[in-house]
Design a protein around this ligand. Structure first.
Ligand SMILES: Cc1cc2nc3c(=O)[nH]c(=O)nc-3n(C[C@H](O)[C@H](O)[C@H](O)COP(=O)(O)OP(=O)(O)OC[C@H]3O[C@@H](n4cnc5c(N)ncnc54)[C@H](O)[C@@H]3O)c2cc1C
Ligand code: SF4
Length: 536
């Protein structure tokens, strides 16, 4: 059987790898692969952890207070915890510049989903309209990935937007605030559905509500943001560990892949990688090459390869990302209630707003405030510190953050290319993004519905405190080499096989022809399994 060389160990790479390993292929995975630090006091919950740690300030805010978010309107509501900095660390070989886009990259074992918030949503037929396959064709792979990662969800009103598939566990126990929201919704749903096209229900999350194999069910320890200590919350490094059990799997970390070499027939012959440690150059022969380094990095490897061979600097157009808005809210019925920190920390409630074109519906997640870092919220109170802390004590359990997501389409003005040094010795990734005309009106319309719908649920949404995140911040990059039935340059087949190089496949977001509002990673993983099953 052919040998397969995969670049990356993120969500898409590990599910592709596991499928081809099961089919009997030999697999080499090249990765920069920064590793997660040791989990401290794994058996403790969030409160006990503070007692157990030698230096809690260092753990929660960082040696140099890098997770402290200074007062600044429009700033993020969450900071990355210091123990997850390794996920966003960049090797010195990688450089980029961007305009209108604030990108994040990961070079960690498991990639960006080592810090994700685990929202996993299958796409329905209208969202898959531009894809060369239907929901029914993707369904077996959604079922397979759901079984592998362990995810949960409910058959509720969110079926309007989230199609059902197999292997969903029952939802986690909701925290009290999330239950209050859902029961308010149950009483008002006819009005909300008819007046605003607003639907609410349980979000779907990649977390175990039951023990499964060697992974334990969620213990409601409240430590999600700092990294789940018992594997209840899914991250791709868990699947990487599974791949490592196969003798046909070779994982080579510490390698930054720069480009591939190809012959006159556009057949790739090898991959060139630089050691992250000592910058030595290594050549790996290629039979079949699978790029799964994340859309931006996979695009960079493609661009650099063409540049090295031809001297040509190409633009890969059609880059997409979801615009996101974060806005806090106050649930009046929750004021003064006790805040229980030993609960699941991320979103447990999702909502959707219908639009004229069903592909463009607005997707929302609601995170009630429990043990997440609270200072970015306290500092936004326009009171002195003492009064703010007193007010916060009474409001803590009543606060939450709404995360609104909007779809994106491929447009020529949004692209990934290269910046090349004067002496042609060094290249950097170049990203350009310009929002679509009329975006402001769409966001205002959605915020208006959110404000009114949440008011009906007994919540105040201070629209002025909404933070419109810069493009790039949602980290759902896609679309630079789309699947296309026409065999044109810089496109891929239905099976994500490059139309430019016949032994090259992309299994991350690179080949998505459309980006719905719902987060893309479950579909990326399912698509990677589909390609591994059907194309090889
Ligand atoms: C805070 C946060 C929350 C998120 N929440 C959600 C969510 O709730 N739901 C959701 O669906 N998505 C979410 N996402 C997005 C999700 O994490 C990404 O879609 C997903 O991780 C992308 O996976 P990927 O396979 O494209 O690879 P990536 O995660 O981008 O990983 C890239 C891999 O390739 C390797 N690599 C890259 N370049 C090279 C190179 N040149 N040489 C060698 N190796 C290389 C890296 O080491 C890494 O292993 C979130 C992201 C963030 C940051
Ligand atoms: S998912 Fe979160 S709450 Fe559940 S066990 Fe893991 S860290 Fe604790």
């Amino acid at each position: 059987m052919d040998q397969i060389l995969i670049v990356g160990s993120g969500a898409s790479a590990v599910h592709f790898a596991l499928t081809v390993l099961k089919k009997g292929y030999e697999v080499t995975m090249l990765d920069v692969g920064y590793e997660r630090p040791e989990v401290l006091c794994p058996e403790k919950n969030i409160d006990e952890l503070k007692e157990c740690l030698k230096d809690p300030v260092d753990y929660f805010l960082g040696e140099n207070f890098e997770s402290f978010i200074p007062p600044d309107y429009g700033a993020e509501y969450y900071g990355f915890p210091p123990n997850k900095n390794y996920v966003l660390h960049k090797p010195r070989q990688f450089d980029f510049s961007s305009s209108g886009f604030a990108p994040l990259f990961s070079f960690a074992q498991g990639g960006l989903a080592e810090v994700w918030t685990g929202g996993v949503y299958a796409l329905n037929d209208s969202e898959l309209d531009d894809f060369p396959f239907s929901f029914k064709e993707l369904l077996p792979y959604y079922n397979e990935v759901a079984e592998r990662i362990g995810m949960n969800g409910a058959k509720d009103d969110m079926l309007t937007f989230f199609p059902w598939h197999e292997n969903l566990m029952e939802p986690l126990n909701p925290d009290y605030h999330s239950s209050m929201l859902l029961s308010s919704y149950a009483r008002k749903k006819n009005y909300l559905n008819n007046k605003f096209g607003f639907y609410m229900g349980r979000s779907r999350v990649a977390t175990l509500s039951h023990d499964r194999n060697d992974r334990k069910a969620c213990t409601y320890s409240g430590r999600c943001l700092w990294g789940c200590p018992n594997g209840a919350f899914y991250t791709p490094s868990l699947t990487l560990q599974e791949c490592k059990k196969y003798s046909a799997f070779k994982y080579v970390s510490g390698m930054y892949v720069s480009y591939f070499k190809y012959n006159k027939q556009n057949h790739i012959t090898s991959v060139m990688a630089e050691s992250v440690q000592d910058s030595t150059l290594h050549e790996f022969p290629v039979n079949k090459l699978v790029l799964a380094a994340g859309t931006a990095s996979s695009s960079k490897i493609f661009l650099e390869s063409v540049f090295r061979k031809t001297g040509e600097v190409i633009k890969l157009t059609g880059l997409m990302d979801n615009r996101q808005i974060l806005v806090p809210f106050l649930n009046l019925k929750m004021i003064g209630k006790e805040c229980k920190r030993d609960s699941y920390q991320y979103h447990q409630v999702a909502f959707g707003i219908k639009t004229a074109d069903s592909r463009e519906h607005i997707h929302g997640q609601v995170t009630t405030l429990k043990s997440a870092l609270i200072h970015p919220i306290i500092q936004s109170f326009t009171l002195d510190l003492k009064t703010s802390i007193f007010a916060f004590g009474n409001l803590h359990s009543a606060l939450g953050v709404i995360n609104l997501n909007f779809h994106d389409v491929r447009r020529d003005e949004n692209y990934i290319s290269l910046n090349v040094d004067r002496d042609f010795s060094r290249t950097a990734l170049l990203i350009n993004y310009k929002p679509v005309d009329g975006e402001k009106a769409v966001m205002e319309g959605a915020m208006n519905v959110v404000k009114k719908a949440f008011l009906k649920l007994g919540c105040i949404v201070p629209v002025k405190m909404a933070h419109i995140r810069p493009m790039g911040a949602s980290v759902h990059y896609a679309g630079t080499i789309p699947m296309s039935e026409e065999k044109t340059a810089f496109t891929a087949s239905k099976y994500c096989q490059s139309h430019d190089f016949n032994n090259l496949y992309f299994v991350d977001g690179t080949t998505f022809p459309f980006l719905p509002a719902k987060q893309l990673t479950l579909t990326m993983m399912a698509n990677a399994v589909r390609v591994a099953e059907e194309a090889l």
